[in-house]
Ligand binder design. Structure first.
Ligand SMILES: [Fe+2]
Length: 311
């Protein structure tokens, strides 16, 4: 079975690349490549591209790409029904190779391998926190700023799908994803409506979820999410984005499933984008938990999501 080990990038189409680029710079991404018809953005980490926008007649989510563990895994993906042959990536920074696939709902998901890593950008070290019983900052002060927080990497994205079981099996067969936790119908714990899935990297801990696959009436993306260095980066960016007049959807708060400190914004085209930090990580030994809680109980502290968050 082919295996993926990380998220690679998400792809959107919008009418105005300049507006997307301007927002994303304020949100903490950096232009890696810009042409008249395509914008490729990166974070501070080594991934050469984590967010792609193509110019088109309407605004929509196009799909995403996952990084395969090896060339053999990419080749194995190419052998599966519905996969393209292996092809060079000629249109994105970092190059490499990809195999094109589409989910049962027709959402393009590519497997990629062999991208040239980018030179990491200067990201400040995590701020040392003085907890109640453990003091890490002695004879020193913190001076965080209200500034665009530099995004580190793409963490996860959430897909709305028409058949949760079929889509989950499709991803497991092609990318070796493991079930992390289940979202169940509150009145009926036996009925799973969403699964948080993670990469299988054996003993090595990975993000609690690379994706949430969620049963829904409307298809596409709910949000994509970018990791920040620490809580000061999330709150500093929050204040900066508020001052710039962008549309806050929900945040700051701490999720129940995955435990992330989150902050959700709408980009100029109404797509949700999330900053997060301090999420759970898990290795191959983690056993899934079933969460049968109402949507408004999925936030542990902080701003409760508005109704629009669940659309
Ligand atoms: Fe998220």
């Amino acid at each position: 079975m082919p295996k993926a080990i990380d998220t690679a990038y998400v792809v959107y189409q919008v009418r105005d690349l300049d507006r997307m680029e301007s927002f994303m710079h304020d949100f903490g991404l950096v232009t890696a490549q810009r042409g008249p018809d395509q914008l490729a953005l990166r974070g501070a980490g080594p991934a050469p591209v984590i967010h792609v926008t193509r110019k088109g007649p309407d605004d929509r989510f196009i799909g995403a790409a996952l990084q395969m563990a090896s060339r053999a895994d990419l080749d194995a993906l190419a052998q599966l029904p519905g996969s393209s042959p292996v092809e060079p990536i000629l249109d994105l920074p970092g190059g490499g190779f990809r195999v094109r696939t589409t989910t049962p709902d027709g959402i393009p998901i590519d497997g990629v391998w062999g991208q040239e890593p980018a030179q990491p950008l200067g990201l400040r070290d995590p701020n040392p926190f003085n907890a109640g019983t453990v003091k890490r900052r002695i004879n020193a002060s913190l001076r965080p700023k209200r500034e665009p927080g530099l995004v580190l990497r793409l963490g996860h994205f959430v897909l709305h799908v028409s058949d949760h079981e079929a889509t989950k099996a499709w991803f497991a067969d092609r990318f070796g994803l493991l079930d992390s936790d289940y979202l169940c119908v509150p009145e009926d714990e036996a009925r799973v409506m969403g699964t948080f899935v993670r990469f299988d990297c054996g003993e090595q801990p990975v993000d609690h979820h690379a994706m949430l696959i969620l049963q829904a009436d409307h298809l596409g993306v709910h949000h994509c999410s970018f990791e920040m260095q620490d809580i000061d980066a999330v709150f500093g960016a929050h204040d900066y984005l508020m001052e710039k007049g962008y549309r806050l959807e929900c945040g700051v708060g701490r999720h129940l499933v995955g435990s992330q400190i989150f902050d959700y914004w709408r980009d100029p085209f109404d797509f949700r984008v999330e900053h997060y930090t301090d999420g759970d990580v898990a290795n191959c030994h983690y056993q899934p938990v079933r969460y049968a809680v109402p949507a408004d109980e999925t936030t542990q502290w902080g701003m409760q999501p508005p109704r629009t968050f669940f659309e």
